[in-house]
Design a binder for this molecule. Structure first.
Ligand code: ADP
Length: 357
């Protein structure tokens, strides 16, 4: 994701107040060019290659078949969920299954109405327009998009003041697929224009094992069952992280051993990278420690956390926090984040004072 990569780059190589080096984070690091090429080769092309999220896949298949039978264009689809769970991949799979062309962009990339007009007028019948981070579209662009989504029309305004004229321009019927990590930030009028909503949740270890096996086949890596499970357990329920860790462990296995990935090798390589048994990275541990030590277990608001850690608020709330909430390390209360007993146990500390909950 462009936005995250940019943020990661911005924060690279800085040591902050709380004393951790930002280069030590696997979770937020920027993909290298090689990573980006590999990511494309690892991206599933068809529903049958996409592991997990069974209910969503079943529903999508039904919608696709129904639309094809009726010879209609597929309704607009909205995907939400933490980064790296397969939203972009699904948009590409849908296009592939429908034999349609896909144009991919993102909310912040569409700066002017002209950019959007260019994209929309180039879409053919049944094509897919994928907009990542759709919650970051500007208000002007969003309003421009409403008639395009609703009636496949755009309104141009030419000239200004008393001479202003609106010209309607018809588009070919298309399907918009919007994705966001922050479903709550989507405006109500935008939400109303989508026909289908799907929320992607973190993956179970067994699904990640499948993904790791599939990727290792493509990349020609030997990984045994236990090795795959060890990487899966430490991948924060996220396919993108699983693929990244697999490559890291492969590098270690090639340099230190014979290239084969076993449980032992995976454990050594990941521990060396700072990824612990729960899959927590340096930034996760830092956040937990700041809540426990600096804020005495919490509650602490996101602004205070972000200031103490010198880390973007969005990075904490979109990338780091969802997994900590999911595995019960922190809890959200009306007054802010609180460290749960599990977090204290993780650092071998005595539990949180009970009056916090
Ligand atoms: P998002 O758009 O949600 O941030 P992506 O679709 O870019 O996530 O997925 C990140 C990477 O993880 C992809 O390159 C793909 O290889 C892999 N991936 C995601 N979901 C799956 C899945 N269900 N099965 C196999 N690989 C997956």
């Amino acid at each position: 994701m462009k936005f995250i990569n940019r943020e990661a780059k911005m924060t690279k190589n800085k040591k902050n107040e709380s004393g951790y080096d930002k280069r030590e984070k696997i979770l937020l690091e920027q993909d290298t060019e090689e990573d980006l090429i590999l990511n494309i080769s690892l991206r599933p092309q068809k529903f049958s290659d996409f592991v997990g999220q069974k209910k969503i896949i079943e529903n999508l298949k039904i919608s696709l078949t129904a639309a094809q039978k009726r010879k209609e264009v597929l309704e607009h689809i909205f995907f939400s969920g933490p980064p790296g769970l397969g939203k972009t991949t699904l948009a590409h799979i849908i296009a592939h299954e429908l034999d349609a062309k896909v144009t991919a962009t993102s909310g912040p990339a569409i700066e002017r109405a002209g950019d959007l007009i260019g994209i929309l007028t180039n879409l053919g019948k049944g094509d897919i327009l994928f907009i990542d981070e759709i919650h970051r579209l500007s208000k002007v662009i969003e309003e421009f998009l409403y008639p395009a989504m609703e009636s496949f029309q755009i309104d141009f305004v030419i000239d200004k003041g008393p001479y202003a004229k609106t010209i309607k321009f018809s588009l070919k019927p298309f399907t918009l697929i919007g994705a966001t990590t922050r479903a709550g930030l989507l405006t109500a009028p935008m939400r109303e224009r989508f026909g289908m909503f799907h929320h992607l949740d973190f993956y179970e270890a067994e699904d990640l094992v499948e993904i790791i096996k599939r990727s290792s086949k493509i990349l020609n890596i030997f990984v045994d069952e236990e090795g795959a499970l060890e990487i899966a357990r430490r991948s924060r329920g996220t396919p993108r992280v699983a693929n990244r860790l697999l490559r890291r462990v492969r590098d270690y296995a090639e340099v230190k051993k014979d290239g084969k990935i076993t449980k032992e090798i995976a454990d050594e390589a990941l521990s060396l990278q700072g990824v612990d048994k729960e899959g927590l990275d340096n930034i996760d541990r830092k956040i937990l420690k700041v809540i426990i030590e600096t804020y005495k277990g919490g509650p602490v608001g996101i602004e205070a956390l972000s200031a103490t850690l010198n880390e973007e608020k969005d990075i904490i709330s979109d990338i780091v926090e969802p997994f900590l909430l999911k595995i019960g390390m922190i809890k959200r209360t009306p007054r802010g984040r609180v460290a749960a007993d599990k977090a204290y146990a993780h650092f071998n500390l005595k539990g949180a004072p009970k009056e916090l909950f």
